[in-house]
Design a protein around this ligand. Structure first.
Ligand code: FAD
Length: 511
C-alpha cells in the first residue's frame, strides 16, 4: 500500500548519493522533505565573543543557509520543495509525523552524541506509532559500528589499524531522478522560506568580512569538478608538502565545509578520486594522498563514535590527563589574533574572517595554544575552532585537538612548531601576514615575522609602532616552549607510570 513518506534533512544537504532520500521516495504517495530550523543554532547570542549564535559564528550560519537555499532549489527542480519549520527539532518532527499521517520516516544516521540523543527521541516515538524508520549511514565512507565490531568492539586507535579493518567503501548511489513524489496536505503549519542572515537581527553584516566560500551542493560539485580537473595535482597530492600560507589558491581542496554539511558525499568524492587514479595509474598513497585525507576523516569519525566523552579530557579513556594552565589573558590574545607573533595572528584572523585555514596552519596555532607555548587546555582552543570554522565538525575537530595537544594518538611533544621560522619557510616575504594583518603591510621582509626586533626608525617608516599599533609578543617563545616541553614530559611520564601501576595492580588481582 502506498504511504506518506518523510525525509528529514539535517546534514546530508544534497540530492546526489542520498540513500535516505532514495529510500523515502520509493513507493510513496506523498513525499515530505523537511528541515527544522533550531533557534539555538541561528538566533544571535550577544554574549558570544564573535558575531553569531550560541552554537555558531556568522560565517557558518551563512554557509548553512546558502546550503538550505540550494537544496530547496534542487528539490523545486524535481517538482518538490523544502518544507522548512522552526523549533526544537525532535518535538516538531514528532508532531509532523502524526499530523501528516507519515508511514515511513527516513533520515541519515548521525554519529554525534547530540544527534544520537535527538534521533533516539524521534525514532522511539515513530516506532511507538508503527512508523517504518530507515536511517542509512551515508555521511562517512564506512559504517563506524562495523569497524568497531570488526575490531572486537573497540575503536581502532591508529590510522594503520583503521585502514587494515576498513577495506573498500560502498559505492555511492547511482540513482538520479527527474521527479519526486508530490507533497501532500500540510495543514496549518507555518512553512517558511529559507531565511537570509539579515532576517535574524545580526545588525549590519556588511561590516563583517564574510567567507569567500559559499554553501550548497551546486557549489560543492562545481568545486569538486574544478579541483579534479588537474589530474596531475590530484595524483601527486601529498598533504605535508602543501603551503599553509597559500590563500589566493589554497594548497588543498577546501571541500571540508561541503563534506561537513553533506553538500558533498564523501563516497562520491572517493569514487571520483579512484576513477582518476585508475585512469592515470601512478598516484600517491594514504596517509598523504587525497584518498588518504578522506580516510583520516573516517578514522576520526570511528574513534569518536566508539569513545565515551571523546570531546573532553576528564572521563575520556584515550586522553592523557595533563595539568593545563588557566590564563584568560593569553587565551583571548590567541583567540583574537593579538599574540604579537604575526604568523600566529594572521592565521587566527584568517580563521575569523574566512572560517577556513590550511591544515598546517591549524597545527601551528593549536600547538602554540597548548603544548608549544601557552600550555592552555585543548578544550578551550577546540571551542574557538568549533565556533569559527565553517567546516567545524565534532569528530574531526576534537580528534585533531587531541592529536595536536599530544593528548592522544601522537606524543612527540618535543616537536614544536616555531611561530617564527615555520611560516617563513613557505612565505619568506610574508605576503600572507600582510594580507591578514594589514597593520604590518609596510614592514620590510627581514622583520615581518619578528616585528618587535625592528629598530624604531623602521617601525616609524612602516607606520606601525610595536606595543602601540601592533602588540609585543605576549610570551617569550624560547622560554615558554622549553617550559612546555618540561611540563609535557612530566605529565606523559606520570601518565605512563600510572598506567604501569594500574597494569601491575590488575595482574596482582588476577593472580
Ligand atoms: P583536503 O586536504 O583537501 O582534504 C580533503 C578532505 O579530507 C577534507 O575536506 C576533510 O574532510 C578530510 N580531511 C583532511 N584532513 C583531515 C584530518 N586531519 N582529519 C580528518 N579529516 C581530514 N577538519 C574538519 O573538517 N573540521 C574540523 O572541525 C577540523 N578541525 C581541525 C582542528 C585542528 C586543530 C586540526 C589540526 C585540523 C582540523 N581539521 C578539521 C582537519 C583538517 O585541517 C581539515 O579537514 C582540512 O584542512 C580541510 O581542508 P580541505 O578540505 O582543503 O582538506
Amino acid at each position: 500500500m502506498e504511504t506518506n513518506s518523510l525525509i528529514w534533512f539535517r546534514k546530508g544537504l544534497r540530492i546526489h548519493d542520498n540513500p535516505a532520500l532514495d529510500l523515502a521516495r520509493r513507493g510513496c504517495k506523498h513525499l515530505y522533505p523537511v528541515f527544522v530550523l533550531d533557534p539555538h543554532y541561528l538566533d544571535p547570542d550577544r554574549n558570544a565573543f564573535s558575531p553569531g549564535s550560541a552554537r555558531s559564528g556568522l560565517n557558518r550560519i551563512q554557509f548553512f543557509l546558502e546550503s538550505l537555499r540550494d537544496l530547496d532549489a534542487s528539490l523545486r527542480r524535481l517538482g518538490s520543495r523544502l518544507l522548512l519549520l522552526r523549533g526544537e527539532p525532535a518535538p516538531v518532527l514528532c508532531r509532523l509525523l502524526k499530523d501528516w499521517k507519515i508511514g515511513k520516516l527516513c533520515f541519515e544516521f548521525d554519529t554525534e552524541p547530540y544527534g544520537l540523543a535527538r534521533d533516539k527521541q524521534v525514532r522511539d516515538f515513530a516506532s511507538s506509532c508503527g512508523i517504518d524508520v530507515h536511517s542509512p549511514v551515508s555521511h562517512t565512507l564506512f559504517n563506524p559500528s562495523d569497524i568497531i565490531e570488526k575490531n572486537g568492539d573497540r575503536p581502532p586507535l591508529t590510522y594503520q589499524s583503521f585502514i587494515a579493518l576498513a577495506g573498500c567503501p560502498v559505492d555511492p548511489c547511482a540513482t538520479t531522478y527527474s521527479e519526486l513524489p508530490s507533497i501532500g496536505e500540510t495543514g496549518d503549519y507555518e512553512l517558511l522560506s529559507v531565511p537570509k542572515i539579515e532576517d535574524f537581527g545580526y545588525g549590519d553584516i556588511s561590516q563583517e568580512e564574510l567567507s569567500p566560500f559559499h554553501g550548497g551542493e551546486t557549489e560543492a560539485l562545481k568545486r569538486l569538478d574544478q579541483v579534479l580537473e588537474d589530474k596531475a595535482w590530484v595524483t601527486n597530492f601529498e598533504k605535508p608538502k602543501g603551503d599553509p600560507s597559500a590563500f589566493q589558491r589554497p594548497a588543498t581542496t577546501v571541500l571540508s565545509p561541503y563534506l561537513k554539511f553533506g553538500c558533498l558525499s564523501s563516497r562520491y568524492f572517493y569514487k571520483r578520486l579512484q576513477d582518476i587514479y585508475t585512469s592515470v595509474g601512478k598516484h600517491t598513497k594514504p596517509p598523504v594522498s587525497l584518498v588518504g585525507q578522506l580516510l583520516w576523516r573516517d578514522f576520526f569519525y570511528t574513534v569518536a563514535f566508539g569513545t565515551p566523552n571523546f570531546d573532553r579530557m576528564k572521563g575520556n579513556k584515550i586522553c592523557k590527563q595533563i595539568p593545563w594552565s588557566e590564563n584568560k589573558e593569553l587565551l583571548v590574545a590567541w583567540r583574537d589574533g593579538r599574540t604579537g607573533f604575526p604568523w600566529i595572528d594572521a592565521i587566527m584572523i584568517q580563521l575569523k574572517k574566512w572560517g577556513w585555514i590550511h591544515h598546517l596552519a591549524r597545527h601551528c596555532v593549536a600547538c602554540f595554544l597548548t603544548r608549544g607555548d601557552m600550555f592552555i587546555h585543548w578544550e578551550k582552543g577546540r571551542d574557538v575552532f568549533e565556533r569559527l570554522l565553517i567546516d567545524s565538525d565534532w569528530a574531526i575537530n576534537n580528534g585533531n585537538w587531541l592529536w595536536l595537544s599530544c593528548s592522544s594518538f601522537f606524543y612527540q611533544y618535543y616537536r614544536i612548531y616555531s611561530p617564527i621560522s615555520f611560516g617563513k619557510k613557505y612565505d619568506p616575504c610574508g605576503n600572507y601576514i600582510r594580507h591578514f594583518l594589514p597593520v604590518l603591510k609596510d614592514f620590510p621582509k627581514e622583520y615581518i615575522y619578528e616585528p618587535w626586533t625592528a629598530p624604531l626608525s623602521v617601525q616609524k617608516k612602516a607606520n606601525c609602532i610595536i606595543g602601540k599599533d601592533y602588540p609585543r609578543p605576549v610570551i617569550d617563545h624560547e622560554i615558554a616552549s622549553k617550559e612546555c616541553k618540561k611540563k609535557m614530559g612530566e605529565a606523559l611520564a606520570l601518565s605512563s607510570s600510572k598506567k604501569q601501576q594500574h597494569h601491575n595492580d590488575s595482574q596482582e588481582i588476577a593472580s
